[in-house]
Design a protein around this ligand. Sequence first.
Ligand SMILES: [Zn+2]
Length: 292
Amino acid sequence: MTYMMLLRTSRLVCSALLILLPAPYVAAQEMTARELIQKIRENVTVEWADETVDTFKAGDPDQKVTGIATTFIATADVLKRARDLNCNLIITHEPTFYNHLDETDHLHDDPVYQAKMKFIEDNGLIIFRFHDHIHRTDPDGIIQGVLDHLNWHKNVISMDPVILEFPKMFVNELAQDLTIAFDKYPMHVIGDPKMSFTRAAFAPGAPGYMAHIRLLQRDDVDVVIGGEVPEWESVLYVRDAAALNMNKAMILIGHVNSEEEGMKYCRDWLKNFLPGIPVHFVPAGTSFYVPK
Ligand SMILES: [Zn+2]
């Protein structure tokens, strides 16, 4: 077969394939980032809030989308890996520019901000934050992803807040299980490691110290499994409770560990209503490492 014949045949096969493909396949590939985010707005189970951090943070929303990368946090490293996967739309759970509202007025002269923005512009990337509504939709996509990862669906006795029941165990045992589940990540454990318990609350992310304290005040919660909090807030509260002989403990698994799997769940959720467009989960990984 000559090269020209081969070309003609492959063109014919391509056209035949296009005819066979369902309509949404082509449509999704033609979508701009703005149109695609509109699909997300239509697929969450809640009204889209007027006041929300779920907005475009960088790039041109009217660009066509070549692929989507979901991630916990759009680090420069995540952006590079998304670019290498030919994904120009990055859907990130947490901020891109170092504060909750992604305010950048104070950063214009900053070398890190400038270099990150240059990378985004040079590579035609578009960044959208998906935080409030992935938590508010039913089920909460972030919590679903983490429960999937930890195989904890069977332990859930309530979802809002998330209360879990375990066979009677020690705090130390749960912390060790979590260390294994999160790739040997060193857990921060507060309280008596030999304290036994059956009920724990899961409070992912950084919900603030009062959220932790409200959970710890409950008679049916002995342990809070959290993401992160300053050491002088609920960490101090649990140290006091333990020193005053109360059956309370907390395990901080890190903000990334406590939510990242939720953005893997988000990848699968997007695939349900965006057939034909490549969607990848790009893990940011934990922020800290232990020196060897
Ligand atoms: Zn979150």
